[in-house]
Design a protein around this ligand. Structure first.
Ligand code: ZN
Length: 607
């Protein structure tokens, strides 16, 4: 997260109108001095979600949900803290200055330029002779005017300099145009349009602002591949942008499922037909980062609807693996020969598509079907090869239970005794799996652990008050190693009621600001928060426990220890060894006055 200047954040806090933010996402009804609504955070028939004009907090009398505009965006749309801050700043016209004096409105200017460009290309498609050539192509593909307007398709002219001339008339400066990637300098030093003679579809970020384009050529002679994207810019990072997510985000977060298709037109067609929980993988370019983007939205199920040809099959194998690996169920939608989602919806309608979704098969069954096409299961060596190939894949997955259950299923599908496949996998003991989650840059494990703890506390303690009591019951400031985490934790204990924005504003120490910005830059899966939290607290307790043992060991090895001293130390060591601290979870009263908080310790870190 960029370090925003205090003044910018204060400015933002002063300008945000909570009623305006919330009313654009859920329906608010006026009730005297208040607004009420059906709570978006729990199921209910009569409204108990209250917002009051002028009050920066919402409150639900049904489930206790409470927070400000930032936490609303984080909980309702699964935004990160930074995304929420930037969205609000854009909406309420606040320029976020970063502490390096660098104006983060730089991005805002680029977005304005891209918005102008999108309008130019759209106009050009609809209202010029050259554009009508592109329009004819789209009509021939069954894309009608309504579709074109909804998704703001455009056309990049072949005529040189037209685009640049128009942008100049709009007072766009050359440097900004170069920064958007829409104009580039060629080897002779001339400024050239990046897109020419192509149909364009705008790409959006979480705030629905245009951040780039994807462009298809419609005539064989046009230079370059069939599709090209905006080059990497400060706004457009190919590895992070999922096509169509801006249209689908809300429903994906709500229903916790998503469809992944290959083609961009496929994705837009699905959205147009009401299946607005879809993203496009942009061919084989779907990476773990893209999968994580969906996982962080809370997705539990993904439908992979790829072409029925060899390449589509390969893509389904690869993309399915990225989800299964993380414990998310992948279902493969089997499309008829030469059929793609776009043509199926156009020719046969949404009902047929819905049926295809409903009859999607699970990933393992798909693998067995796919790989057994060229092998004979009645031949022992070929059957062995097939099972080996699939079980090797499954054993690479991160979640031990998923591996275990999938191998059992594989045994059933291929009719071999379960023990043959399952025997060699044991579910590893708790608290062992961490390495796969840490990238090479995360070097200091203490910093990571303490940051994980604070992240969960800061992001979720408002919606899950038991987090704060678990923290207070088990940990003191002394449990932390880093001076910044010590200070942040103490400050939080002193002011648990403070919202995150105010908390950020009040930090004085630059080191604390840096740590907090690191903490808030990472997204957390909102599922299993309490379990993750208990797991993290346990790790902090374990760390201290092991440090104590190490300390005694060190003393025992000191040469000048007397006999008596040594035996004392040995006793202490044994005693500590048997007293591994365990997280104490204070009991919570629920509405029925029963105690709750069921926590199982049999899990790997769900963070
Ligand atoms: Zn509620």
């Amino acid at each position: 997260m960029p370090l925003y200047k205090k003044e910018s954040l204060e400015d933002l806090r002063g300008r945000v109108d909570l009623v305006e933010v919330i009313s654009s996402h859920i329906k608010l009804q006026r009730a005297g001095a208040y607004y009420k609504a059906l709570c978006p955070f729990h199921e209910e028939k009569s409204p108990s979600f209250i917002v009051q004009p002028g009050n920066p907090h919402y409150h639900c009398y049904g489930c206790g949900a409470h927070g400000d505009a930032i936490s609303f965006l984080m909980n309702h749309l699964h935004f990160s803290f930074v995304e929420a801050v930037e969205t609000l700043a854009e909406r309420f016209g606040v320029i976020l200055l970063t502490s390096k004096e660098e104006i983060s409105s730089g991005k805002r200017v680029l977005k304005e330029v891209l918005d102008k460009a999108a309008r130019f290309y759209h106009y050009y498609l609809l209202h010029t002779e050259e554009g009508h050539y592109g329009l004819r192509y789209l009509y021939n593909r069954g894309i009608d005017l309504d579709f074109i307007r909804t998704f703001q398709f455009g056309y990049a002219p072949k005529t040189p300099a037209l685009f640049q001339k128009w942008m100049k008339e709009q007072k766009v400066v050359e440097e900004d145009l170069l920064d958007t990637g829409l104009v580039k300098i060629d080897s002779q030093g001339r400024k050239r349009d990046f897109f020419t003679d192509r149909v364009l579809i705008p790409l959006h970020d979480v705030t629905s602002a245009v951040i780039g384009f994807t462009a298809r050529k419609i005539c064989e002679e046009t230079f370059g591949p069939k599709y090209i994207n905006t080059p990497e810019t400060p706004l457009f990072k190919k590895s992070r942008v999922l096509f169509a997510l801006s249209y689908s985000r809300k429903r994906i977060a709500k229903e916790k499922r998503a469809i992944v298709v290959e083609g961009q037109i496929d994705a837009l067609r699905l959205i147009h037909c009401g299946f607005n929980f879809v993203v496009a993988s942009q061919g084989t370019a779907f990476t773990q980062e893209h999968a994580n983007e969906l996982i962080q939205l809370g997705v539990r199920q993904v439908y992979l609807a790829f072409d029925s040809d060899e390449a589509g099959g390969e893509a389904a194998v690869k993309v399915g693996d990225l989800f299964q690996k993380k414990g998310i169920e992948a279902l493969v939608v089997l499309l008829p020969d030469k059929g793609d989602p776009d043509s199926i919806l156009r020719d046969q309608g949404p009902k047929v598509w819905q049926n295809l979704l409903d009859s999607a098969i699970d990933y393992l069954t798909f693998l067995v079907q796919k790989f057994s096409k060229n092998l004979s299961l009645s031949n022992p060596s070929q059957k062995n090869e097939l099972i080996q190939m699939i079980s090797d894949k499954v054993r690479m997955w991160d979640q031990p239970l998923m591996v275990h259950e999938s191998l059992k299923k594989l045994a059933r599908l291929t009719q071999v005794p379960e023990q043959m496949l399952v025997q060699n996998t044991s579910i590893p003991p708790i608290f062992t799996q961490t390495s796969s989650r840490l990238s090479k840059v995360d070097i200091d494990p203490d910093r990571i652990l303490e940051a994980d703890f604070l992240r969960l506390l800061f992001l979720f303690a408002k919606s899950q008050p038991n987090l704060l009591s678990i923290a207070k019951t088990n940990l003191t400031v002394e449990h932390f190693y880093l001076s910044s985490t010590k200070r942040l934790y103490q400050q939080y204990l002193d002011h648990p009621e403070m919202d995150l924005l105010s908390f950020t504003i009040d930090l004085e120490n630059p080191e604390d600001q840096i740590l907090l910005s690191e903490i808030l830059a990472k997204k957390v899966n909102p599922e299993k928060v309490v379990e993750s939290f208990v797991y993290t607290v346990q790790k902090i307790l374990d760390r201290q426990w092991m440090a104590k043992r190490e300390e005694i060991k060190r003393k025992m090895l000191q040469q000048d220890s007397s006999e008596e001293n040594l035996s004392n130390l040995a006793k202490q060591f044994d005693q500590i060894k048997n007293e591994r601290p365990k997280v104490v979870c204070p009991l919570q009263k629920t509405e029925n006055n029963k105690t709750s908080l069921e926590i199982t310790q049999d899990f790997n870190s769900p963070i």
